[in-house]
Write a protein that binds this ligand. Structure first.
Ligand code: MV4
Length: 463
């Protein structure tokens, strides 16, 4: 078994990995930037090494600096967390060549899934449902026009190297095709150094549903059910839950079986997430795969009772899946609210010093955070400061727990998304489980209107 693991990350996920290592009796090494000197991941790790200045490009993304830290401390493995270097196939390769185990899938698999068009073809080959779309990348606007005629408008072009919405354009008619195709291509080339585009039928109001998978190094893959991630804004998820109110047991089983077959064929290893869009009539269509542990993994942990990060470490050490996860039994319901250091209405980052920090607790409440009272949120990184997770025997209980937990979560000194979550948890649409990716676009204007009405009312009462 690994004796020592380096965590190439910061914040709550670095702490989450340290928790797993402690429970497995594995020593930990934290790396940190100058801005994170007083962070909890530094405090709770057995050793800590400063790897550079505040900017991620010079510290957490600096491969030579991370590898040097691993060599100096003589670790057996590196856990990359999410974001940063977690889906960097070159980094995984460098780890391998330095005899340090990268806790994740093999570099070739990371590379395959990083090319969205190739991932799409690989899934199609393996009978996982995909949307009608182009076969392979599209060379130019003329080819795009041919595909669009065949698929039928509206269509969407996406960057093969993309993700997170960049290099994406919705095309609603032939008249606007050429211009939109060309602008997507330039945007993709500028952002990813690769202008390859592919096309899909566009779904107007999809639900975003993803499946958690785990694979071992002996050819076995299992699925651990789905998460509903439709509540997002500008490609940033805000709230996730498991199970999804839109997925029947039959659909879950069907997709689960297809994923197990396709991913064992591909040679998938370690933790992964397969993203789907659900269309208006409830069918799921593969869109892309993430080859890392995700922010929202706790909701799956809560409903399965399986520690996904511990499982990642054991699987990376060569353990067999049926020894690590003998049985998957899902029970109850779990919701996660992402608490970001952001203005809840403007969504602008809110860095600074936290004055009061009180986290809720009690049965069915979990808080994953690396923040504390008097702690400083640096402006250089992701704005996630805490994840508030509740568990209930059913969705209603998980919702009621989340409502009271949000009431009892106090953060003073910076703005957070807590007030917005309180509103989401009160909304009729959310309570009814009527979700799609336009949910917040409908809710936010209503909340704005309410605020204006309240203000006008106040003016009448106090002229
Ligand atoms: C789509 C789509 C509709 N139809 N593909 C956005 C990010 C990228 N990962 C995939 N995305 C989308 N792909 C087709 N064929 C709508 C989106 C989309 C979206 C997807 C998931 C969650 C939120 C979203 C918000 C806007 C658009």
């Amino acid at each position: 078994m690994f004796k020592k693991i380096l965590i190439a990350n910061r914040g709550e996920i670095a702490l989450r990995v340290i928790c797993a290592c402690k429970e497995l009796g594995i020593k930990t090494v934290a790396v940190y930037s100058d801005a994170d000197r007083n962070s909890l991941h530094v405090r709770f790790a057995d050793e800590a090494i400063c790897i550079g200045p505040p900017r991620s490009s010079e510290s957490y993304l600096n491969i030579p600096a991370v590898i040097s830290a691993a060599e100096i401390t003589n670790v057996d493995a590196i856990h990359p967390g999410y974001g940063l270097l977690s889906e960097n196939a070159n980094f995984a390769e460098v780890c391998e060549s330095c005899q340090v185990k990268f806790i994740g899938p093999p570099p070739e698999v990371i590379r395959l899934m990083g090319e969205k068009e190739k991932a799409r073809q690989a899934m199609k080959q393996a009978n996982v449902p995909i949307l009608p779309g182009s076969d392979g990348v599209i060379a130019n606007a003329d080819e795009a026009r041919e595909w669009a005629r065949q698929i039928g408008y509206p269509v969407i072009v996406k960057a093969s190297a993309g993700g997170g919405g960049r290099g994406m354009r919705v095309i609603r008619s032939e008249g606007e095709l050429e211009q939109l195709f060309n602008s997507a291509q330039s945007e993709a080339a500028a952002a990813f150094g690769n202008g390859n585009l592919y096309m899909e039928k566009f779904i107007e109001r999809p639900r975003h549903i993803e499946f958690q998978v785990m694979g071992d190094e002996h050819g076995s893959v299992i699925t651990l059910g789905e998460r509903e991630c439709s509540i997002q804004r500008r490609h940033q998820k805000l709230l996730e839950e498991s199970p999804s109110t839109g997925v029947s047991e039959a659909l879950r089983q069907d997709i689960g079986r297809k994923l197990q077959d396709s991913l064992s064929e591909i040679g998938y290893q370690n933790a992964g997430t397969v993203e789907f869009l659900m269309d208006e009539d409830g069918s799921l269509h593969f869109i892309e795969m993430n080859t890392r542990i995700q922010v929202e993994h706790p909701v799956t942990e809560m409903v399965t009772g399986i520690d996904l990060v511990k499982s990642q470490i054991l699987l990376a050490d060569g353990a067999r899946l049926h020894d690590v996860i003998p049985k998957v039994e899902r029970k109850g319901h779990s919701i996660e609210c992402r608490i970001n250091a952001e203005h809840p209405e403007k969504f602008t980052p809110s860095a600074g010093k936290i004055k009061t920090f009180h986290t809720p607790g009690g049965l069915g409440v979990r808080v994953d955070t690396a923040t504390y009272a008097e702690g400083v949120i640096p402006p250089y990184y992701d704005s996630l400061i805490a994840k508030l997770i509740t568990y209930g025997r059913d969705r209603e209980e998980a919702i009621m727990r989340m409502r009271r937990a949000l009431e009892m979560f106090i953060v003073e000194g910076i703005y957070t998304t807590i007030p917005l979550h309180r509103q989401i948890l009160q909304s009729e649409e959310f309570i009814a489980g009527k979700l799609d990716t336009k949910f917040l676009e409908r809710l936010l204007p209503r909340l704005q209107e309410e605020r204006e009405r309240a203000k006008a009312q106040e003016a009448v009462l106090q002229p």
